[in-house]
Design a binder for this molecule. Sequence first.
Ligand SMILES: [Fe+2]
Ligand SMILES: [Fe+2]
Length: 280
Amino acid sequence: MRVVAHISDLHFGMEDERIAEILLEDIARFHPSVVVISGDLTQRARKKQFEAAGAFIRKIPVSSLVVPGNHDIPFYDVARRTLTPLSRYRHYITTDLNPVFQDDELMILGANTARAAAFKNGRISMAQIKILADKFCAAGSHLFKVLVTHHPFLPPLDSPYAALVGRGALAVEALEPCGIDLLLSGHYHRDYLGDLQSHYITVKRSIIVAQAGTTISKRTRGEKNSYDRIIIDPPDICFYRYTWDGRRFAKTMTTRYKKVNGAWQLYPQNIQETRSQDFR
Ligand SMILES: [Fe+2]
Ligand SMILES: [Fe+2]
């Protein structure tokens, strides 16, 4: 059994310091196996914003896996955006743009989808798809395999035409045979779950998509700050959503799946919490 904390779209420069503090306390308390941060660490890729994001990540008391988002590429500084788009990310966060977390139960690969040219929507390259497929396919089938990107593969339910990561269809076609079971992304500041099969007719296998909202930034776009705690215990997987209620992160939704004959099926007793409650 493994526990993953999925946080996203921190947007340092627009962060709420108190929420960031409480988030670190939560992480220290439930002590996940790894914290996944699916991009947009900063608001405008400024030095001070990256310094703050780096300081925050160093305070996380467990392993973390980070990918950049479109906001981590400078917007106004055209020279920097064109020539060295992720130089500050590399300097302050990590030089590793293809991060890996692996233990004896879990394999998580991250891929950078932030692009200076496709500034907002992002893209995955054919070279990245090959690297990911090689690593996922070479890994044992006993591992639960997870891909992390900033840009999503699945639109929000109420926005079926929302832009998705470029070459996403090619990526899922290549990665599906390698046994991936979960995709984690951010970008839309919306927390939602779905199955890749609902959107890609070429996908023959059930693969869960879990989108995180913005965890600590004031760019909430109508949805409260949130993060997800994911319990991976094959053939079961459970997603707990924690939503900021003005004082703390409270559990607001529980979604359970079980893998039956290769397909992820929702447990019938999925619970939409009507009252806020702590996770303890
Ligand atoms: Fe964002
Ligand atoms: Fe984004």
